[in-house]
Design a protein. Structure first.
Length: 134
């Protein structure tokens, strides 16, 4: 399945808005179940949020240069860090969590790497020696 550039950009913007809203819900809005804490469910959520965010933005912005990918990764990482700082300062029952920041960074990196692998192999044949591997 290929995602058109404009569609990916629109979805990336929508996803950014959705996760920004979710990040700033009060901590009391989330269930307190022991099983979720045992499997670090929160970290997996952060990983998935940032994976999808960077994947969509890399597709939407058509990032082909390493510097573009690095800037996208850096922007997502700074966003994740700032979310934690703002949660700590302004959101009731939420606190800064370095583990969440690490999960954000890992998800952003994975989204870029997976997106770049898919982009190189399927979409941009000139980047893989002229072979189109659909």
């Amino acid at each position: 399945m290929t995602v058109k550039r404009t569609t990916a950009l629109k979805l990336g913007i929508a996803w950014f808005i959705i996760i920004s809203f979710l990040f700033f819900l009060p901590g009391s809005a989330f269930p307190k179940t022991n099983i979720f804490s045992k499997i670090q469910f929160d970290k997996w959520i952060h990983f998935g949020f940032f994976f999808l965010l960077t994947w969509l933005w890399s597709k939407g912005l058509n990032t082909e240069k390493s510097i573009d990918l690095f800037i996208l990764f850096l922007a997502a990482s700074v966003y994740g860090f700032n979310v934690e700082v703002l949660q700590d300062q302004y959101v009731k029952y939420r606190a800064f969590d370095g583990g969440d920041v690490l999960a954000d960074i890992a998800g952003a990196l994975a989204g870029i790497i997976i997106g770049e692998i898919a982009f190189v192999k399927k979409v941009n044949p000139r980047r893989n020696g002229g072979r189109n591997q659909n």
